[in-house]
Design a protein around this ligand. Structure first.
Ligand code: CA
Length: 224
């Protein structure tokens, strides 16, 4: 399957040059020049990787990257015009997978794209009890059926599954899952757990994968 690469770059010549190199390497390439279009396009077209310039008209690359991370783990390579900016970018923890500095050689960009894609392919999906969690698409299936989780539900399930058997208090869950959201209470956690259980039961009736531990919290453990 041909991998789809989205190039977000407002300098037409540079975008065209990069696109040519990517196509020559066997990728299917799309380009956007305005930052405001990117998030909607990504939701609809689900590219395999994004090369994202920071200085863009409409919306800057940093904000776009942050926004995309709310709904997808798709690999993002950020492009900046200033080498000294990279340290600051790393500190911001935008969730980008790599950074490239302008001016760059298109050959180097192709190499980086391939390296990031390889890393993603090697990172295996998490599997447990018939569950498969793909953190790059936030897609979770149970016995092959899509659970249709929201990003928050996915992260919650991922946290519990990755530490199977370990009990998490509501406070710990809040700290790990909802750090971007402002209004969270114990009840938010309970409500997400409830929805998650319902979705699991829809696919596999009478299956309880998430256990409540009275007055402590929750853990991932199949019922005996
Ligand atoms: Ca630019």
């Amino acid at each position: 399957m041909t991998e789809k690469i989205l190039i977000v770059e407002d300098e037409p010549k540079l975008a065209a040059l990069l696109a040519d190199y990517m196509k020559a390497s066997g990728f299917e390439v799309f380009t956007l020049s305005d930052g405001i279009q990117v998030e909607v396009w990504v939701r609809e077209n689900k590219p395999n990787l994004i090369i994202l310039d920071i200085m863009l008209p409409g919306r800057d690359g940093m904000e776009i990257c942050k926004n995309i991370r709310f709904f997808s783990r798709i690999p993002i390579i950020m492009v900046t015009a200033r080498v000294e900016e990279i340290d600051r970018l790393l500190g911001l923890e935008l969730g980008a997978d790599d950074y490239i500095c302008k001016p760059f050689s298109p050959r180097e960009v192709v190499a980086r794209v391939k390296a990031v894609l390889r890393r993603v392919r090697d990172g295996q999906a998490i599997q447990a009890q018939g569950l498969v969690l793909d953190e790059h698409t936030y897609r979770a299936t149970l016995h092959g059926q899509d659970l249709e989780l929201t990003a928050v539900e996915f992260k919650l399930l991922q946290l519990l599954v990755e530490h199977s058997g370990r009990i998490f208090s509501r406070q710990q869950i809040m700290e790990k899952i909802y750090h971007e959201e402002r209004f969270v209470s114990d009840r938010t956690v309970d409500s997400h757990i409830k929805k998650l259980r319902r979705k699991i039961e829809t696919v596999a009736p009478q299956t309880t994968l998430i256990q409540s531990v009275y007055s402590v919290g929750y853990k991932f453990e199949p019922s005996p």
